[in-house]
Write a protein that binds this ligand. Structure first.
Ligand code: GLC
Length: 749
């Protein structure tokens, strides 16, 4: 049983104390406007505005954990022959630290380590609204002898078009350029850009201290020593080479001279992107001042105070408190910013931008803490809705270009996702209930045409109406909503004509939200039409999709395939029961009370494990082109009946709605990552954030977590914990507070 760290709730940090975590554990700094993630060994993936189209550092998550990742700090001291060179961040030199702490904080990471008689205390962050990553690095001689110390921060650049850095080794290296400028007191600023961006987008690396030499060409720096032992660091000075091409880096040699025992020096590094070096100068000057850096850190902290102060819980469950007060809302803020775009798993090379489905759900959890950001993202999402009401699946934030995702792939494939647009209704109404900002409904926003970009506009209210119309008018042979290319389960890609119960339930949920809104607005008649749609869809579901008469299961089916055959029925050999069909049947209010209990109990009997509820069972065992992506995974993995964590909070919500608060809390606790801190070897990923998936019991590595951070689990675990288990929920009439344990029955949406 290994522990790699502990929760320090007073400082709102998780502290990693052993650098040899099973996989890299990361933290986010800044926002999508400028920022990225920093791993616990100091490597940082940074971009400005868009990881695919404006990447700054070359971080490659697929590299082994021991490899250099885009940014580090070398320290060197004279040795018998040449120099002893080591990194206080552990990677890439892998010297064993005498002590190591990586404080995973709110918007900053602080690495404190001691090795070879030196203590380095480095705080890495992006100032609020800033275009620069700042590292405040205090170096202290903790030995009892004087130490002659050099420190060398290093950055490895990416071409801004992140994918080209990998797939074009002809054009890219011929375009990359670096320049150096040294001021009167010896402080050097390195600039780096691809030639075409010389006047528009310049990366800047500089520090607060004089520099004795620099390097900008990776191969000159490394020679055959590699990142663990760069040859250039065995020579007194770097070559002062200004790269005209090649793989560009920035390396700055600082000779701190002799530090007496106990003496500390402060180095501040600044890696930013600006229109030009001149434009950068005020920021460069500012962040050379330690007082300004400390003030920026305090401002960052203040922003988090505000964001987190909206709701504080105090329950008898300490792990729940730690998550709901700190780490979970913090993760929600991260998903709001990055959607599923940049992490160690979703590598931000352009295959995904921001998704309509994902971001809509992300918004729902931050409407109280970050209403302005929520609103601005909502408006972007509404702008990529198509005129017929369905959604463009993804968009790229820098260009606002939107795409249909995998939907238009191949002949006979539907060109829409059956659920995307419905999430807009949930997100907008969540925002309205929290803020009361009803003016949003009359704001006019354009629709998006996949061939012509933004086109004729409609009010936000009209956007929502068209979303509901689309589903109402796109039904299949059972009168149930078409699946489209996929629903929430992206990987079940049935043939054209298949119908999705998930879409039916989501439609029901969205209709209820719309009806409640219209009642609040006093628009009775239109609400009546939606009520009739609701009743009719409820009837269709309950007369056709309850498995008892089909396969004998006491649960809801998940799909009707294009030939009308059921999926998620006791009849099926594989994929016999699916979690979402049960939770959402209850969440939508479609399930009558008796069936609601039966469905939830069936889900518990067939799908619950000690590591969370599986998304379905049993898993498909072999590739089936008529099912698509789901069958590319072995059984027990991801959507193929793995523990897809995103779906677990929906069961917590459903159980809360039927008044079974204990069960809801049990489901909450069994996936709470904070409860895994002492069994991480099996789980592997960070204990301070939710991950997207855990391998289920059909897989030999049952319990292994993957794809941490950017997952809808964050938003829904927060909503389930606060609004349902604890029962504190915004309504148009004000805040309502009914804990799950005091709910009586089904009328509690
Ligand atoms: C991923 C996608 C999300 C989808 C889920 C299930 O998390 O980002 O959109 O709903 O997988 O397929």
């Amino acid at each position: 049983m290994t522990q790699y760290g502990y929760f320090d709730n007073d400082r709102r940090e998780y502290v990693i104390t052993n650098p040899r975590t099973p996989v890299k554990w990361i933290n986010y700094i800044g926002t999508l406007a400028f920022g990225g993630f920093v791993d616990h060994t100091g490597g940082a993936a940074l971009c400005k505005g868009d990881p695919a189209n404006n990447r700054i550092t070359w971080y490659v998550p697929q590299r082994p954990v021991t490899d250099f990742q885009a940014t580090t700090l070398y320290v060197r001291t004279p040795a018998h022959k040449g120099y002893r060179v080591f990194s206080p961040f552990f990677v890439p030199t892998l010297d064993n630290p005498d002590m190591f702490e990586c404080h995973v904080g709110l918007g900053y990471s602080r690495v404190v380590s001691e090795m070879h008689g030196l203590r380095v205390d480095a705080t890495i962050f992006v100032p609020v609204g800033g275009s620069q990553e700042i590292r405040r690095i205090a170096i202290t001689n903790v030995s009892d002898a004087p130490a002659d110390v050099d420190v060398i921060p290093v950055v490895d650049y990416s071409h801004p078009e992140a994918i080209k850095q990998f797939n074009n080794n002809d054009w890219v290296p011929q375009t990359m350029v670096s320049r150096a400028r040294t001021d009167a007191v010896g402080r050097t600023t390195l600039t780096q850009y691809p030639f075409m961006h010389r006047e528009t987008r310049v990366n800047v690396l500089t520090t607060n201290l004089p520099v004795s030499s620099f390097e900008t060409d990776r191969d000159r720096f490394l020679g055959y020593g590699g990142w663990a032992c760069p040859e250039a660091l065995q020579i007194r000075e770097l070559s002062n080479h200004q790269a005209h091409r090649g793989q560009n880096i920035g390396a700055l040699m600082h000779r701190l001279k002799v530090l007496a025992p106990g003496e500390t020096r402060l180095l501040i590094t600044h890696l930013g992107q600006y229109g030009s070096l001149d434009a950068a100068q005020p920021s460069i000057d500012l962040y050379r001042d330690p007082v300004a850096v400390d003030a920026a850190l305090r401002e960052l902290e203040g922003g988090w105070d505000t964001y987190l102060s909206n709701l504080l819980v105090d329950t008898p469950d300490p792990a729940m408190n730690a998550m709901l007060n700190i780490h979970n809302p913090r993760q929600c803020h991260t998903t709001l910013n990055w959607s599923r775009y940049l992490s160690r798993y979703q590598v931000g090379l352009g295959a995904r931008g921001l998704g309509m489905r994902d971001s809509s759900q992300d918004v729902m959890a931050v409407v109280a803490g970050a209403p302005d950001e929520a609103k601005s993202l909502l408006k972007k999402l509404l702008r990529v809705q198509r005129p017929n009401g369905c959604g463009m699946h993804q968009f790229y934030p820098l260009t606002m270009e939107a795409v249909v995702g995998d939907a238009a792939e191949g002949e006979g494939r539907p060109d829409f996702y059956g659920d995307d647009h419905l999430w807009l209704v949930l997100a907008v109404t969540a925002y309205l209930k929290e803020t009361g900002d009803l003016d949003l409904l009359t704001e006019r926003l354009p629709f998006y045409d996949k061939d012509r970009g933004p086109i004729a506009s409609g009010s936000v209210f009209e956007h929502l109406g068209r979303a509901l119309d689309f589903t109402w008018t796109h039904t299949g042979t059972h009168g149930l909503p078409l699946l489209g290319f996929a629903d929430w389960n992206d990987t079940m890609n049935l043939r054209e004509g298949a119908q999705s119960l998930f879409n039916a339930f989501l439609f029901g949920f969205a209709l209820r939200e719309m009806i409640t809104l219209m009642q609040h607005l006093g628009a009775g008649d239109a609400g009546a039409e939606y009520e009739s749609w609701y009743a009719e869809m409820q009837r269709r579901v309950n007369t056709q999709a309850w498995d008892e008469a089909i396969g004998g299961g006491t649960w809801y089916l998940r799909y009707f395939d294009s030939d009308g055959s059921p999926i998620g029925s006791k009849l099926n050999e594989k994929g016999r029961i699916y979690l979402n069909a049960q939770s959402w049947a209850v969440m939508s209010g479609f399930a009558p009370p008796e069936r609601a209990i039966q469905a939830l109990d069936a889900a518990r009997d067939y799908l619950n494990t000690a590591n969370g509820l599986k998304v379905g069972a049993p898993g498909y065992d072999g590739f089936d082109p008529n099912k698509g992506g789901i069958t590319t995974y072995p059984p027990g993995t991801k959507e193929n009946c793995g523990i897809f964590l995103h779906t677990n909070p929906w069961m917590m919500i459903a159980e809360s709605m039927v008044g079974r608060g204990e069960r809801a809390h049990e489901y909450y606790s069994q996936i709470n990552p904070a409860n895994r801190n002492d069994r991480i070897d099996e789980f592997e990923v960070e204990p301070y954030v939710y991950c997207q998936n855990i391998l289920a019991d059909e897989h030999p590595q049952f319990g292994l977590g993957r794809n941490s951070w950017l997952t809808g689990t964050a938003s829904w675990a927060y909503q389930a914990g606060t609004q349902y288990i604890l029962g504190v929920r915004p309504t148009y009439a004000g805040l309502e507070s009914i804990p799950a344990s005091r709910r009586r029955g089904m009328d509690s949406v």
